[in-house]
Design a binder for this molecule. Structure first.
Ligand code: 4AD
Length: 494
């Protein structure tokens, strides 16, 4: 249909031109274009990234995308087109006759022409246009983004339905996609089985009570009957389901959305965020876990810096200047390790005044985490062996320690604070049963106790907040700027 329409257009254009001018007086370019239309077969449809790599040189090609700039000069019309395949736009060079009042910043276009080597030092190729079709117009006065203006992340956040059209958010989404791929391939290369843990669950893994309960939107037959016959929630963590699977697969991981009903407006909390979680059987020490955490962080980051160089560079140059050095420093050195007790000593010896207490037994707050990271030379730091009472029921009891601690670890990183949380799990049936009885959960978790009853092994795992990871490597201050559609209390746009 499109092809038929185009041929009709060309015939009409040719007839009109022939009636208006003698053929000899037609501009050479218009004549060539018209003749090519009759001789050529359908153009090859290519993406901007492919075209910029030199694919299709001298061939009749078609590109589709959105206009990033239009410059009309006497001899030529220049249009930059971007289709999301890469940060760079493709420059279209056209005869001024192909200009159209609807060809504006933000409009959607289809361009056909010949891909040529460019003489311009900033680009290797350009598309010499034969035909430009405005598919979807865009009134630049109403469009919230303005040509040549560098909008802040905060400004574009107001337009979640349009911000993918900006350079910064386009880059962010490509980096996010590549980092997702890199994490999956890290686990695959290291022999982990990928498990789809459920989104709907009847357990509160972390025991913090920050659950979103789910029920159908339509009225139930009986007032007190739950759809699943038990209260059901959106998952806060896939850990317990991974523990089930680690009992037969040894090394497992999951990577999906998790939900916390935290009434927080902070720059590092969301109600829906992505978490990558791993669980490893026959793991006896916290070091076995910190090794995987550090290796996963470093290999994934190296991959992203390598494969998304231009996109990352946009952030490190324009959004968070200087952050590149911080990331490279994190990759070069070994992460620091501190016990919780050492961390408390450091905080108590500090001359800084903290808003929250720093006595042994207190939870570490953001201000404490920030101080500890700085104290360790602004590099990531593992804090291990937290007070037993601060950690959830599944955490392994460090019975042999002089102070009552749990074999738990958090990874703190510059600018963000806590990036990962993990622990060895209590694999001893009697200790786990006693802890569950103490918190009144022995019936709820009878299946969990079974895992210790039938072939129990020492094991452990961790979870890394994916948005916090992106904040950390890109230096982005607000977590809402690293996820396509942020959800937080009082906000669920789109
Ligand atoms: O420390 P958390 O709560 O650990 C767990 O959920 C464990 N069950 C994971 C495991 O061992 N398999 O959460 C893990 C990480 C945090 O370190 C943080 O990076 C991120 O998840 N996170 C959040 N990210 C964004 N918004 C929130 N509300 C978050 N809560 C936790």
């Amino acid at each position: 249909m499109l092809q038929r329409l185009r041929s009709r257009d060309v015939v009409k254009m040719f007839r009109t031109a022939a009636q208006t001018f003698s053929v000899a007086s037609l501009p050479r370019r218009v004549l060539l274009i018209t003749l090519r239309h009759f001789c050529n077969k359908a153009p090859r449809k290519l993406r901007v990234a492919e075209l910029l790599s030199g694919t299709g040189l001298e061939a009749n090609v078609q590109v589709q995308g959105w206009v990033r700039s239009v410059r009309s000069q006497k001899a030529n019309l220049f249009v930059d087109v971007n289709d999301g395949s890469c940060l760079q736009s493709l420059q279209i060079v056209a005869s001024p006759e192909l200009n159209d009042p609807l060809l504006t910043f933000g409009s959607a276009v289809e361009v056909r022409g010949i891909l040529k080597k460019s003489l311009h030092p900033k680009q290797a190729v350009e598309l010499e246009a034969e035909h430009i079709h405005v598919v979807g117009e865009c009134n630049p006065l109403d469009f919230p983004f303005k040509i040549k203006e560098r909008h802040t992340l905060e400004y574009i956040r107001q337009f979640p339905h349009l911000r993918g059209r900006t350079n910064a958010f386009g880059s962010l989404l490509r980096i996010r996609g590549e980092a997702t791929w890199a994490l999956h391939s890290y686990f695959k290369e290291n022999g982990f089985a990928h498990i789809h843990t459920p989104i709907i669950t009847s357990n509160d893994c972390e025991g913090a009570g920050e659950l979103f309960q789910i029920e159908p939107s339509y009225p139930q037959n009986s007032q007190d009957e739950n759809f699943f016959s038990v209260p059901a929630y959106l998952t806060v963590s896939g850990q317990l389901h991974l523990e089930v699977m680690t009992g037969s697969f040894s090394k497992v991981y999951t990577f999906g959305p998790t939900f916390r009903a935290e009434n927080s407006q902070s720059r590092r909390h969301l109600a829906e965020f992505y978490m990558v979680e791993a669980e490893v059987a026959f793991t006896r020490t916290i070091e076995d876990l910190t090794e995987v955490m550090e290796d996963m962080f470093k290999r994934t980051t190296e991959h992203v810096l390598d494969c998304c160089a231009r996109d990352v560079d946009l952030f490190h140059t324009h959004v968070t200047p200087g952050h590149r050095d911080a990331v490279e420093a994190m990759l070069k050195e070994r992460f620091h390790v501190l016990t919780y007790s050492e961390a408390i000593n450091i905080l108590q010896r500090s001359t800084q005044t903290f808003a929250f207490p720093t006595n042994w037994g207190c939870d570490l707050k953001t201000e404490h985490e920030k101080y500890l990271v700085k104290h360790c030379g602004t590099r990531p730091v593992f804090v291990t062996d937290y007070p037993y009472r601060l950690k959830p029921f599944y955490t392994r009891d460090n019975r042999d320690h002089p102070r009552h601690t749990a074999a738990a670890v958090d990874l703190l990183v510059p600018g963000v604070g806590e990036l990962c949380g993990g622990s060895l799990r209590e694999e001893r049936l009697d200790l786990l049963r006693a802890r569950l009885e103490e918190v009144g959960l022995e019936d709820t978790y009878s299946w969990y106790l079974d895992l210790r009853r039938f072939g129990s092994v020492s094991h452990g795992g961790f979870g890394m907040g994916f948005e916090r990871y992106l904040q950390c490597i890109l230096g982005v201050d607000n977590i809402k700027d690293v996820i396509p559609f942020p959800r937080f209390s009082h906000s669920c746009l789109l």
